[in-house]
Ligand binder design. Structure first.
Ligand code: SF4
Length: 468
């Protein structure tokens, strides 16, 4: 497409080619599956992270809470980074830990939560999410202590989602009842597959179908009406027929939502399973989906579940998080926990999770301690323009169409005016068109899409990187 573009457009492409060099990724080696990583790398260079002091973070939260708009959603996230054994495909921040490691981590959480109370005094969190790793790996007593401390130090709205992730191996009915007593509205179980061979090939051989069924039954007995179950597409050894069968069993265990996640292969996983070849993995992944999606959709419909509109998703899920199949019989009206996006801020506690203050900062806890002043943080300071660019990257990494009214609802700004220069350049390249209320990216070539998406970055930011 570049070769065919008008000379002026080529001139204007130059910064893009320079940034391409700056991050040492040539256009011809951006793998078909690398779109997300390419953009992330570029964004990381243009907006680098830097160390942030605990005192600065406290002040930023205080300022935000003073100005917080009524519609803004404030969430609390607690991260438990331990697992009983580490699945070979997993890209979450998780590791093994002894019983005493887990106990001392729970104590740190209790201390950290108590010491953070003062900053959030008077604030009301809309949603609460306990994730991992494996939250249910904590024993009943430690889990209880952490949750009690959360509720005795922070206030929560009654309308928001309160959810905890659970592993079927360590989920106990006592933990679930305790969560229910604290007003938790959802539980989310990772099953990943129901095929014993696939599970064994992926370091999850301990999980049996009976174990999953018991955990779901216990969740229902504990009073949970909304239960999610995760499956993964792309596990080594899986086949379309096995995937369909896993989905059939997931439908039969009595959950209200099934989330189908795209496996995001780690380097080590690719090396061991796919000869370090992303293209090989991508073909495998697409083959699985092509051979199963119609049957999965049909089964979901027959069981009364909603089916995602796949046509809206350009990249067929390979670079986005998940597709959800939701049981129509249990509509959920609560405010959802969504950790990113405009109007959403998250205070995250634990080893490595990312917090964000909307339009102000995104930061990660590098070293976690019970004393917030002893933690180390890195992050990048944000502004509205950067949040808009992030929104565009997020949208175009998954979809071809970006809804202009939706952008206006979120940012109260006109996308076409805010990015008039970038859109003008892209139009000159025939790379976008306006179709009614939508801005449409024309090419389906991932490499071109990556470069076109980079057009939305500010030239001055790109030049700064080039000069470094
Ligand atoms: S998939 Fe779940 S249980 Fe397996 S390592 Fe990752 S977080 Fe732990």
């Amino acid at each position: 497409m570049l070769e065919l573009a008008a000379q002026t457009a080529i001139e204007r492409y130059r910064p893009m080619e320079n940034i391409d060099k700056a991050i040492r990724i040539r256009r011809d080696i951006i793998d078909d599956n690398e779109f997300g990583r390419f953009i992330e790398t570029a964004a990381g260079i243009i907006y680098p992270e830097r160390p942030l002091a605990a005192s600065d973070i406290r002040s930023l939260w205080r300022d935000y809470l003073k100005e917080k708009k009524r519609d803004d959603i404030l969430s609390l996230y607690i991260h438990i980074p331990f697992c009983s054994s580490v699945c070979s495909f997993c890209s979450c921040y998780s590791h093994l830990g002894s019983a005493s490691d887990i106990r001392s981590y729970a104590k740190k959480l209790v201390e950290h939560i108590s010491r953070s109370r003062e900053v959030f005094d008077g604030a009301v969190f809309d949603t609460l999410y306990i994730g991992g790793g494996t939250p249910s790996i904590m024993d009943d007593g430690d889990f209880n202590d952490v949750i009690n401390t959360v509720f005795s130090n922070f206030k929560f709205s009654d309308e928001g989602q309160r959810c905890s992730e659970m592993n079927p191996l360590t989920a106990s009915i006592q933990k679930m009842k305790m969560l229910k007593e604290h007003g938790f509205t959802r539980l989310s179980f990772g099953a990943q597959s129901f095929d014993a061979e696939v599970l064994a090939l992926n370091g999850r051989g301990y999980q049996t179908e009976a174990m999953v069924r018991k955990a779901i039954t216990d969740a229902r007995t504990s009073g949970f009406k909304y239960i999610n179950l995760d499956l993964i597409v792309g596990l080594y050894g899986d086949t379309s027929d096995k995937l369909v069968e896993s989905f059939r069993r997931a439908l039969s265990v009595g959950v209200q939502r099934i989330s189908l996640y795209a496996l995001q292969p780690l380097r080590s996983y690719l090396q061991e399973r796919f000869h370090s070849n992303l293209g090989e993995f991508d073909r495998f992944w697409k083959g699985l989906l092509d051979g199963s999606l119609e049957r999965i959709s049909q089964m979901a419909k027959e069981a009364g579940f909603s089916v995602p509109d796949y046509s809206k998703w350009y990249l067929k899920m390979s670079d986005c998080a998940s597709w959800s199949y939701q049981y129509r019989g249990v509509p959920s009206e609560e405010k959802e926990y969504i950790p990113q996006g405009p109007g959403r801020s998250v205070f995250a506690i634990g080893e490595n999770p990312t917090s964000r203050i909307d339009g102000v900062v995104n930061y990660r806890t590098e070293i976690f301690s019970g004393d917030p002043d002893q933690c180390t943080f890195v992050g990048d300071i944000r502004n509205e323009k950067k949040e808009m660019i992030n929104y565009l990257i997020g949208a175009f990494s998954m979809k071809s169409n970006l809804n202009l009214s939706e952008f206006k609802d979120v940012f109260k700004k006109d996308l076409l005016k805010e990015f008039d220069i970038s859109i003008g350049r892209l139009k000159a390249l025939n790379a976008v068109r306006i179709n009614g209320d939508e801005l449409v990216l024309m090419t389906e070539d991932k490499k071109e899409r990556a470069l076109h998406t980079l057009m939305f970055f500010d030239d001055k930011d790109i030049e700064k990187v080039i000069k470094k």
